[in-house]
Design a protein around this ligand. Sequence first.
Ligand code: AQP
Length: 332
Amino acid sequence: MQRIFSGIQPSGIPQLGNYLGALRNWVALQDGHECIYCVVDLHALTQWQEPAQLRQATREMAASLLACGVDARRHILFQQSAVHAHVRLAWLFNCVARMGWLNRMTQFKDKAGKDRENASTGLFVYPNLMAADILTYHATRVPVGDDQRQHLELANDIAKKFNHDYGVEFFPLIEPVILGVAARVMSLRDGTKKMSKSDPSDQSRINLTDDADAIALKIRRARTDPEPLPSEPAGLESRPEARNLVGIFAALADTDVAGVLGEHGGKGFDRFKEVLTALLVAKLTPIAEETKRWLADPATIDAVLREGAARARTIADPIVDEAERLVGLLQP
Ligand code: AQP
């Protein structure tokens, strides 16, 4: 059975893009794979987090994942910082990856913005830690949204260079699993910008904890253009906001863009937004309710994470011990 690894940062409440690009696929892949899912709190630290808030967000993220359907009994769900093998391997990878490789990462450029000199060095080497997260388990399949494609290519470059430098076939190559019509969900306020849980504007995203009223208001206010929906996908070119809403609808209705336009082409946005809101409410409010139920019992969430970390360590530690031996670290 192939091993899957994926992670999500507790840098806010998970949003619709996280769900459609990643979490929904995490759940679907549980049948037929051995899955290891992680709340990557060390990654969240690459941008400043208020400490008490980070602890709470980690628990809330775990609650959301469980509410989405991550099955922590059959698979592993844990918190990254509880398994030290990740940072041990990340240090080895810091010494394998090249500055030039990291300089090309578009996510660093996006997140550092204009003030690159002031970005944390953690943000710069983030992809090395991400490669370590995956390769600590010798995982071969990684379900992610489209924005992570470049980081996974880099992880493969690191694995290949490690194997080459030490004359071994130790790390496997990784295959990204990028599924569905909504692998990149865009902001509701700007169709050229990715929807993000840390975007300062709450109106830019649908949170997985939003209630029906909040969803309705955000969709009503979502930016669109004055034209009605086209009846063919080609008519969405140069209309990023319209394309985004149609893509969201298609993903939630398990159809494709052509299918949505076949049914709703010709409608104005007022009417299309009503049906989209109804679909979002039907799909997301059960998750919000289930998240609340988990959060009412924080001790159980903590126990799930603790037990997951213990099981993760039994896989990770021998692999990272061996990686350290291969590079020549003396093992007393
Ligand atoms: N807009 C998106 N559309 C599709 N997939 C997305 N993902 C994130 N945003 C979208 C996918 O969600 C998974 C977890 O992401 P993450 O939390 O590790 O980091 P991120 O990609 O940086 O997500 P955010 O929401 O934008 O977080 P912040 O605001 O903290 O940077 C990944 O598989 C990602 O592809």
